[in-house]
Design a protein around this ligand. Structure first.
Ligand code: MEV
Length: 327
């Protein structure tokens, strides 16, 4: 019998990329979840399958054998999950084989933290299957290790939010702090459908920093000010100011070349339709944008983003981080 765990996707409201350089970010979990089901095998192999990506493979004695899908892609996406499962096996002290099946309602490579959500869900499902006592902190650490394999030098913001849920203020050196946000944050998310790798976008920003260190320093300072002002606006429920701050934040990201035509198209259509503010979310270069909108304009902005070719939906925030699903 298997055990299922799930973890939420996220959107970054403020501070993506700058967070990699130690600046704060504001991030919230949304009601799209990734699921992982773990069950015991009769041998010592580790079989992992992603039903929505149609990839599968077996890990045995340090070797990978693809069972379904493109071997390179299968290895790239499944290796971090193997690492997460192995870390839990290490803690449990058990030497058993596992079948792990992941499925997700989170679009991949789109800036919504799908890889971190899947890694958290895998760690929690294997932990529950093997009766390992794990705190959320443990799940976070394991998902973070998996993210390092996937993305190179991640800040840890994605595994933090998919593990803990809610709305978090995240900073690399001080960790994360839940923000007590009472106000509703009506958001439209628009997916450009352009897939990209987070590590490529992160390295683009690094090249800008290397070429223009002083300008980059000033951009970081501005990004920090935006987050500090956004915390106040969130607590005061001042959506109009939040929208303006999102536009500022997007302008900085645009300057760093992590926006692209597909994102600009959707962002402009959302603004024209009356959104209070709009920006890319996550690593950029394609992927998703978000638009903050007065409640009565949600449908109008949604339609505008859809008409411009975005796969759009209304985001609802969720307080629930990683959880083991009832059997
Ligand atoms: C990716 O969701 C967010 C980035 O800031 C990378 C990271 O923080 O690891 C682009």
């Amino acid at each position: 019998m298997g055990v299922v765990a799930s973890a939420p996707a996220k959107i970054i409201l403020f501070g993506e990329h700058f967070v990699v350089y130690g600046e704060p970010a504001i991030v919230l979990a949304i009601d799209k979840r990734a699921y992982a089901k773990a069950e015991l095998r009769n041998d010592k192999k580790l079989f992992i399958r992603s039903s929505n990506l149609n990839i599968a493979g077996i890990f045995e004695n340090g070797n990978f054998k693809v069972e379904e899908g493109n071997p390179k892609e299968a290895k790239m996406r499944l290796e971090p999950l193997k690492c997460a499962a192995e870390k839990v096996l290490e803690i449990s002290g058990e030497k058993v084989g596992l079948n792990i099946e992941v499925s997700s309602t989170v679009p991949v490579a789109a800036g919504l933290g799908s890889s971190a959500a899947v890694a958290s869900a895998v760690a929690a499902s294997v932990g529950a299957l093997l009766n390992v006592k794990m705190t959320k902190e443990d799940v976070f650490r394991i998902a973070f290790e998996a993210e390092k394999i996937m993305h190179g030098t991640p800040s840890g913001v994605d595994p933090a939010i998919s593990t803990f849920g809610g709305t978090l203020l995240f900073q690399m050196d001080t960790g994360f702090k839940p923000l007590d946000v009472k106000v509703d944050i009506p958001l439209v998310i628009g997916n450009t459908g352009v897939e990209r790798l987070t590590r490529v976008q992160v390295s683009k920003v690094r090249s800008v920093r290397d070429k223009h260190p002083q300008i980059f320093e000033a951009i970081l300072r501005t990004a920090r000010e935006i987050v500090l002002r956004a915390i106040e606006a969130l607590i005061e429920g001042d959506l109009e100011t939040l929208g303006e701050l999102m536009n500022f934040n997007h302008a900085l990201l645009y300057g760093l070349s992590v926006s692209d035509e597909s994102l600009e198209w959707l962002i402009n259509s959302a603004r024209k339709a009356g959104a209070l503010g709009a920006k890319l979310t996550g690593a950029g270069g394609g992927g998703c944008m978000i638009a903050l909108t007065d409640k009565d304009k949600l449908e109008k902005v949604l339609e505008a983003v859809q008409r411009s070719g975005g796969n759009a939906f209304i985001a609802r925030k969720t307080d629930e981080g990683v959880r083991v699903e009832p059997s």
